[in-house]
Design a protein. Structure first.
Length: 603
């Protein structure tokens, strides 16, 4: 240290500059860094700052940070609200698009209320979930619950069911009554004649879908204690002494005393359709055939036959002249008489008799099935030709160009969906809309061929011939439709000629006929090879071998004379080409899609 006498103003200037530094920092300035950092970069004055490493919350909301916290909080609330609003609006828009898509695919009556229409749409969407690969299995309890809610609203005479009349109500008070009750079935149908076509069609569709759901839920019970559904075979109780173990995705098995039936039996809905006043003959036949198929599935073949006879009675009651029913149809065999005039026949009558014949064939009553099918085929072939051909159409010239096609597509997007118009009246006198064989005739030929081939060995070649003709008829009809659609433009494929339901029938007939034809030829070739091996290589007829027909021989080479080796191989190649075409056009997938989507019963 310099002596005091040596200190001068000049030395003081060099030791400590009089000008303060540029980066001054006040000790009283509290920055967030100083408030929240565990280790301070520089010492703090104890009377100006908190020396503890954990500062209290009150130090965070200081004078300097209050505005910052307020701005950040307001921004967070604003952006969170905006995100939720956009998510809500996006969800509403997505739901609206989905409802419009479902409405265009399967329209619902516009006069129904929103919740009623939405219940039917949700049931249909769930039934399409497997086909659209949205779920591995259809949630049938959910489908049944939605349809139950839809029917409840439709049958509420203070809501969507306003104008529905109870038939022969018992104890009716102010329009409320129980109506007719059928033993072991339930309440009979209503009188809906005063309702519009759209309302009745939608109500019928809801009933048919409910019957389909009831068939899948026939063995499902509801555990009233836990409000969950279980298969009946897992229930623990006296009626099920050996219950099956529950799957891993289910809860523990319920007790029998806690369980009730989850859904009404299918006959409840089928009988409601059959007893409802106001449905068309076609709709009642759909219900009768559906009920009969269900009875066949349950093994009640006699009851199913009675239901088919009831369907014939329904068709006869709607004839142009019901008094002539006994003169055109044999009351015992239900065979159409050869001299029956076409003016007294209807498509519904032919459909009912064909269904009865197929039932006889499934139950091995070939002697009753074959005459009915032959009489129906004769009646269709002898029907007069209509002066108004079904194949007439008016080409859409606006869709012949790319601009017109684009305009038609955009117009279809922005236009509202329309409910399908009523189908042709099948209670009208029978006529033909084309001189060429129709799909109905091809279907009958396939049935007849299958029956003849399986009935006796002597008629096997005849059965192959009938099946071949049926397949060719179905193929020709499908090809004609495709050529017509290509001729009028891809964007204006007018639904002329057959309806969509008839087109599906043609494809089903083609698929069934090709399968039957292939099996017949393979069995012929197989039996011929076995016969040659059995006879030591001799070119014997396949019927000499007592094979799957159970024949007793004696018909030497009759079939193989009619179907030689070259012809058999050629037919097998032809079947192979048809099989390739079916795979190429994806007909099997299309038919499976139509069954999985639960297409409307009104076609």
């Amino acid at each position: 240290m310099l002596p005091r006498r040596l200190i001068s103003p000049t030395s003081i200037h060099h030791l400590r500059p009089l000008r303060p530094p540029n980066n001054t920092r006040l000790f009283t300035r509290q920055l967030p860094l100083l408030l929240i950092s565990r280790h301070h970069p520089r010492p703090q004055l104890p009377y100006l700052s908190q020396p503890t490493p954990k500062a209290p919350i009150s130090r965070f909301i200081s004078t300097e940070t209050r505005a910052y916290v307020r701005d950040v909080s307001l921004q967070s609330v604003k952006w969170t609200g905006l995100i939720f609003v956009f998510m809500l609006l996006g969800g509403i828009a997505l739901e609206g698009v989905q409802m419009e898509t479902d409405e265009r695919l399967q329209p619902t009556p516009a006069e129904w209320k929103f919740l009623t229409r939405q219940a039917l749409r949700m049931a249909r969407a769930e039934m399409r979930s497997v086909e659209e690969q949205r779920a591995p299995l259809v949630d049938w309890p959910k489908v049944g619950s939605q349809l139950k809610e839809c029917l409840r609203r439709l049958e509420d005479r203070k809501g969507d069911g306003k104008g529905v009349v109870v038939q022969d109500a018992v104890g009716e008070v102010d329009g409320e009554g129980t109506g007719l009750v059928i033993a072991e079935v339930g309440r009979a149908g209503f009188d809906v004649e005063a309702k519009s076509y759209e309302w009745k069609t939608g109500y019928f569709d809801a009933l048919m879908l409910s019957a389909t759901a009831a068939e899948h839920l026939d063995n499902i019970v509801l555990d009233t204690r836990r409000k969950k559904v279980f298969p009946q075979e897992v229930v623990i109780g006296p009626s099920n002494p050996d219950p099956r173990p529950t799957p891993v995705y289910m809860d523990t098995a319920p007790n029998e005393e806690d369980c009730v039936r989850f859904y009404e039996p299918p006959e409840t809905f089928y009988m409601k359709i059959l007893t409802t006043k106001g449905f068309t003959t076609r709709q009642r036949l759909d219900a009768a055939e559906g009920y009969a198929n269900w009875l066949d599935y349950k093994g009640l073949h006699d009851s199913a036959e009675e239901m088919y006879h009831w369907a014939i009675d329904i068709a006869k009651s709607a004839l142009p002249n019901p008094a002539t029913a006994s003169s055109i149809l044999d009351p015992k065999t239900n065979v159409l008489k050869p001299d029956a005039p076409s003016a007294d026949l209807t498509n519904n009558l032919l459909r009912a008799t064909t269904s009865l014949a197929t039932h006889h064939a499934r139950t091995s009553n070939i002697a009753s099935a074959l005459p009915i099918l032959l009489s129906v085929l004769r009646a269709r072939r002898n029907a007069p030709l209509s002066p108004y051909p079904y194949d007439a159409y008016t080409p859409d010239t606006t869709a012949s160009t790319d601009i017109g096609a684009a305009y038609s597509m955009v117009r279809g997007w922005i236009s509202s969906s329309k409910f399908p118009s009523p189908p042709p009246d099948d209670d009208a006198p029978l006529v033909r809309y084309s001189s060429k064989p129709t799909c109905e005739e091809g279907e009958l030929m396939v049935y007849i061929g299958e029956i003849l081939f399986a009935s006796s060995p002597e008629r096997a070649s005849e059965g192959v011939g009938w099946t071949r003709q049926g397949v060719l008829v179905a193929e020709a009809n499908i090809q004609a439709r495709q050529d017509r659609n290509r001729g009028i433009g891809a964007a204006a494929q007018v639904e002329s000629g057959q309806s969509a339901k008839e087109e599906r029938r043609c494809k089903e007939c083609l698929l069934t006929g090709v399968k039957n034809w292939e099996v017949m030829l393979q069995r012929l070739a197989s039996s011929r090879g076995m016969a040659k091996e059995r006879e030591g290589g001799r070119d014997a007829g396949w019927l000499e071998w007592r094979g799957w027909f159970g024949g007793d021989g004696g018909v030497k080479g009759k079939v193989m004379e009619e179907l030689g080796v070259g012809m058999l191989e050629e037919e097998l190649r032809q079947v192979g080409r048809l099989r390739e075409r079916i795979v190429k056009e994806n007909i099997e997938a299309e038919l499976a899609k139509g069954k999985a989507t639960g297409a409307p019963w009104f076609g």
